[in-house]
Design a protein around this ligand. Sequence first.
Ligand code: BGC
Length: 766
Amino acid sequence: MNVLKKYKTPLFFIGVLSVLWFFESSFSYKYEADSIISSDKKAEILLSKMTLEEKIGQMNQYNGFWDFTGPSPKSGDAEKKHQDLKNGLVGSMLNVRGVKDVMAVQKIAVEETRLGIPLIIGFDVIHGYKTISPIPIAEAASWDLEAIQKSAEMAALESSAAGINWTFAPMVDISRDARWGRVMEGAGEDPFLGSKIATARVKGFQGENLSLNFTIAACAKHFAAYGFSEGGRDYNTVDVGTSTLYNMVFPPFIAAKDAGVKTFMNSFNELNGIPATGNEYLQRDVLKEEWNYDGFVVSDWGSISEMIAHGYTKDGSHAAEIALIAGSDMDMESYLYLAHLKNLVDEDKVEIALIDDAVKRILKVKFELGLFDDPYKYCDLKREEEITGSKEINDAALDIAKKSIVLLKNEGNLLPLKKEGQHIAIIGALASDKTSPLGNWRLAADDDTAISVLEGMSKYKGNLISYSKGPDLTIGKTEFITQLKINTGDKSGFKEAITIAKEADIVLMVLGEHGFQSGEGRSRTDIGLPGVQQELLEEIFKVNKNIVLILNNGRPLAISWADENIPSIVEAWQLGTQSGNAIAEVLYGDYNPSGKLPMTFPRNVGQVPIYYNYKNTGRPNSPGPESVFWSHYNDEKNTPLYPFGYGLSYTTFNYGTIKITNSFDLDQKITVSVAITNIGKRKGKEVVQLYIRDKYASITRPVKELKGFELLELLPGEKKIVDFELTEKELGFYDNDGEWILEKGDFEIFIGGNSQTNNKTTLELK
Ligand code: BGC
């Protein structure tokens, strides 16, 4: 029924609706479902019926606090939270998952509270739900936007079937610091690639229509500059200027906003002296005013109360006041909005209009999700059973896992492996590990559910395979919540590993980080191979040089020794549920590796932060062999071990010279093109990358900036022409006031297979 056809004006309809509500004690879902008034208007109408306490309740988010299908809590914190839920003082819950549990809490909100406003149910669906896809930085290495979008779509499908309707993803923080554990959650160091991936992920989660029961609201986080924490230490101070904010940090957030992301999360760090959670410049001036953002902002976990420790607020009440004024709409686990906002209004310290604005934003998203039409739309047990772990989801996880692998070195073409007649020794505790490949942020996945490398390899029957675990990588518990302990002393596994290596034709060494060595709170100062693995690698190398090193890791590692000595190196990250299958397909050549690094690999941790889009400095080059006074290290090169955008294939691509098809002035766009030819013997994919360099500008520009890329597949001998368009958007930049400018002058245009390409041409912008 289209309500507006029955009544002449929406205003009349709204009036009728209000009267109806006046007489009803609870909110009428059915009526709303049939109407065509906007979510915004619906939120406004509902808001007008709410008490101040109920409004503040919508701004309060609790973590799951008891076994929801068991008896109700009788005392303590859980009891209080339960009462709050019944009293309509909770707008959202996180970490409640599974149809039964979500149904139980939703029922309380809908059936026991005065207005029956449904909860929005949040969860960290970061790279899959039960079925896990590669960690986000690995997916970013695919540069395959379709596959990335599909992965997010599958995550939405599986999690929505488990009652969830809001994910705290995508994490779009740009970071240049491999020490920071959270680089595993993002798309790497580049704002252009990061923006494309942010868009793909938002579209994947939210789909075309958010009100369907298989799409969920997304959340662009962490706003902002969390990836620039000093020294790569998590939660640490951030001090960056406007130009870096606008040119490096903001672009993926803008892309997420443009893709329609429904929520933002602020961040734990302070930015230039003001915690992001209490930062009015970020949340109001930039996000809500300049960008005109109409979704809501959730705080990060406890970040409102953390402003006290930051030394920014006096106490909890002050923190609540500052956070609200700054534009944080929902309080995740600080409990301060609930405790203080009413008093703050009574004391005239905060305006009720700010609360109204926050609540309206939250309600609007709930309307858009369709929760008022059917609050139990994600709570279908049969659907949960059918969808969880389905073939469709696993197929997509395998597809993106293969595409995420990066071939770093392949001397003498040790890879791909022959399918028969070889004796292959597999060595390393990670080779048989079925939990670590799930990576971090896989809270709903069960341990031991990933296909291990050993299992994946064993599916190919033609070779003789022997396995030795070697030394343990970890000691004791490996949990999300506790500090991981690495084995740094026990080498008892060495002997057996050396014995099997001696007898083999090829040794596959699966080494690297455990899945819980990266992620939140997992910063490291040593980014080499952890524990005794480096020593093991060197010992094995003494008895057999035919080594394929398969890296598992959640961040760039410094592996200079391996690069110098080991013939083949495969970057296999943490690839999720289908990990071992994907790795085996790549090793055997059933999938020709096509990934490219989304983050620079240093030679040595002392080079960090190291990134491709650095500034040139006034002394970029050595004036002579003995010279000291130029920008360099005395004990290490400036260049990385593997640059951004780098990755090999089992075939080879040849790039032709770059052609500029028309000249450029301010009104025209320019087309640059290049021919790529597959000059090898296998079909393969190549990520063709375009970089620009603005040679001189009123604010110095990086030596290279990615401004375009295309993923191509070419048959042996096949040649394709790739065209890129350059407009103001690619050639301009943000100045120190955050204004977009385009300046005349000289540019270099590079097109090649990684950020160190020297295939270039020049362009003068007149
Ligand atoms: C993290 C967020 C996450 C939240 C909820 C915080 O500790 O920083 O990224 O979404 O917890 O789990």
